[in-house]
Every structure is written in structure tokens, then in C-alpha cells.
Design a protein around this ligand. Sequence first.
Ligand code: FES
Length: 165
Amino acid sequence: MTQPATRRTVLATGAATIAVGCVGCGGNDSKSAASSSTSPAGKSASPADTSASPDSRSATPADRQDTAVSGSVLARTSDIPEGGGKIFKEKKVVVTQPKKGEFKAFSAICTHQGCTVAKVADGTIDCPCHGSKFHIADGSVAHGPATRPLPAKHIKVEKDSIRLT
Ligand code: FES
């Protein structure tokens, strides 16, 4: 009776061994897991791709900035009053319409000490800091202390859109 029990024990042990063998099969699965751990290596390649993406992203905003500076619509012609102008502080540009249908653009940064101009009125672009005024037609100094004109900016008018070029 003891021997059959022993055989059963042996069989049970064998079953346990088989079970361990199955765990070993699980080990094969762990090789698959190792393959999965290769995937993290693939993931490490992905971060490389991600690091490539920021490069392309960093290039993209630069392109966008270029586009924003050189191609985006700055204003509608109807936004610019005839005989006056409008200041685009974010773009640091002032667009004027000295005569009907004639549009000009200048830097909105005063050539005296670098303040941003604040007003367009009575045919001039006015700086609030020390009172300099510039003609809307050509950016030349109408009133000091500034001595240099506002630099011209290139714009392109297409239909009713004004673009910086
Ligand atoms: Fe414009 Fe001085 S900075 S007048």
C-alpha cells in the first residue's frame, strides 16, 4: 500500500515536474516576453523617432514662423482706414493707407529708443514715449526726437488681404 502511494507520490511529483515543465513552457513564453523586451528596445527606437519628431517639430514652428512672417494674412484692406493706419503690436508692424487703395507697412518700433508706436492719427504714426511722429506715407520723421524713419516692411495686397512678404 505504501508503494502504490509512493508511485502516486512519484506520479504526483512527475505531474509537478510536468507542471514545472509547463512553467518552463512559460519560460518559452518569457522568451516571447524577451521578444517583448526587444519591443521596448523598439520603444527605445521610438524615442529616437520621437527625438526625430521634435527636430521636425522644431523645424515646423520655424517654418510656421517664416510662414507667419512672410505669408500669413496680416489684415483685410477694410481694416485699414483711408488716410490712417492700424498697428499690429504682436507683429510689430503698422500698416497705413495714405491714399485710397495704397497700402504701406512699416516697423512699429520707434527708431528713437525702441518703444512700440501707439497711435495713427492726423497723417502720422505716433510714439507715446517721447513724442516722435512719422509720416504714414513713407515712415519719415514728422516730429522728433527720432531722426531716422520707420523701416519699411514689405507687404502684398491680394484682393482684400494684406500679407507680409
Ligand atoms: Fe519713440 Fe522715444 S522711443 S520717441
